[in-house]
Design a protein around this ligand. Structure first.
Ligand SMILES: Nc1nc2c(ncn2[C@@H]2O[C@H](COP(=O)(O)OP(=O)(O)OP(=O)(O)O)[C@@H](O)[C@H]2O)c(=O)[nH]1
Ligand SMILES: [Mg+2]
Length: 339
């Protein structure tokens, strides 16, 4: 999975990267562990040889100089195609390096417009090509619907394409189709107060919002995991950045986690919400999906209340589920399979 940090010049993208990566940022790419208190707690129960968190690759989309053929903005947008999720950084602090005052609503509208415009141009190119080589019916419908939305700057993720249209559009890597969360770089000591928050929620139009001062979060990220929780709280942060940003991104992408546990490994597996047990097994290994017999399932909360799988089983709380069972966030699953 790859997330892109996007945002106007100087809004704090690199600082957000540091806040997500701690000292582990490798230039413009880093792998961010999805901090999950449940995994830490399960690991404490099983003391496994290995504990594996869900992970994200995060990359900062950097501003490039304009070229003779392309503007600064065009070159910026060119590098964004194919991103699975955007972390849209917004500047909430007054910067001595920038002329414009801090106004994240203005900045949000500005980059939103650019995304919509870039997609409109892409869709127009598809339409143009369709004049020479006719599009399939689903393609025609998709293009018409996309144009209608983009002309009034409605992002395509709000246009709710039915399956065949959505499939057709996939190939074009449209920017407003990708899920996006808003990450506000608050001025130190400030908060998103009532009115500003309400306005931002309205402009976010369904996008998750997280807000904290990036430099503070970057400092916290340098500490050990235990210290991070404590210092985040002391600084008034909603939590370590890696935790809150990845949670919001997961939710926005419609992802949930199930867990596998044991002495060997405690591990989180991200899957799309609504995934059935058999398909979920495929996240672990294709053999387990193919040879799926049943899933033994207990919810995280129930497990923690009883303290062991044996206790869950003895009390009849380790459920047996078939291949069509829709996995729920926090399920602890043991797959029975046959190869
Ligand atoms: N006062 C203050 N300065 C900040 C804050 N966040 C970032 N800065 C500073 O603002 C400048 C730009 O921050 P970066 O994180 O490099 O921003 P960026 O979006 O990566 O910038 P570009 O890559 O140039 O577009 C740096 O000098 C930071 O130290 C903040 O919350 N408060
Ligand atoms: Mg930068």
């Amino acid at each position: 999975m790859e997330a892109r940090i996007v945002g106007l010049k100087g809004c704090g993208k690199s600082t957000l990267m540091a806040a997500l990566a701690g000292g582990r940022s490798d230039g413009q790419v880093t792998t961010v562990r999805m901090g999950d208190a449940r995994i830490r707690a399960l690991s404490a129960v099983f003391s496994p040889r290995k504990t594996t968190f869900a992970e994200f690759r995060v990359r900062e989309a950097v501003w490039l100089e304009a070229s003779s053929r392309k503007s600064n903005m065009e070159r910026y947008l060119d590098q964004l195609a194919g991103s699975q999720v955007f972390l849209h950084a917004l500047r909430g602090f007054e910067s001595p390096l920038l002329v414009e005052d801090a106004d994240y609503l203005r900045d949000l509208r500005s980059l939103d417009s650019e995304f919509a415009l870039a997609d409109l141009m892409t869709v127009e190119r598809v339409l143009e090509r369709g004049r020479k080589q006719p599009l399939p019916d689903a393609g025609k419908r998709a293009v018409a619907r996309a144009m209608e939305a983009l002309e009034v700057e409605i992002p395509l993720r709000e246009a709710h394409f039915p399956e065949p249209e959505a499939d057709f559009l996939k190939a074009y890597q449209l920017l407003t189709l990708a899920p996006q969360i808003l990450v506000v770089n608050l001025a130190s000591g400030s908060a998103l107060d009532g009115e500003a928050h309400a306005e931002l929620v309205a402009a976010a139009n369904g996008r998750q919002i997280v807000a904290f001062p990036f430099p503070d979060a970057a400092e916290v990220a340098e500490l050990s995991p235990d210290e991070q929780l404590e210092f985040a709280e002391a600084l008034g942060l909603p939590g370590p950045a890696a935790e809150i940003v990845t949670h919001a991104a997961f939710a926005q992408m419609g992802l949930i986690s199930f867990f596998t546990v044991g002495e060997d490994e405690v591990r989180a597996w991200p899957i799309k919400d609504g995934t059935r047990a058999r398909q979920a097994a495929g996240a672990v290994h294709s053999d387990i999906e193919r040879g799926f017999i049943r899933a033994e399932v207990v919810g995280y909360e129930t497990f923690m209340r009883l303290g062991s799988l044996k206790a869950c089983k003895d009390q009849g709380l380790l459920r047996v589920e078939g291949k069509e069972y829709p996995v729920v966030d926090g399920d602890i699953i043991n797959f029975r399979f046959n190869v």
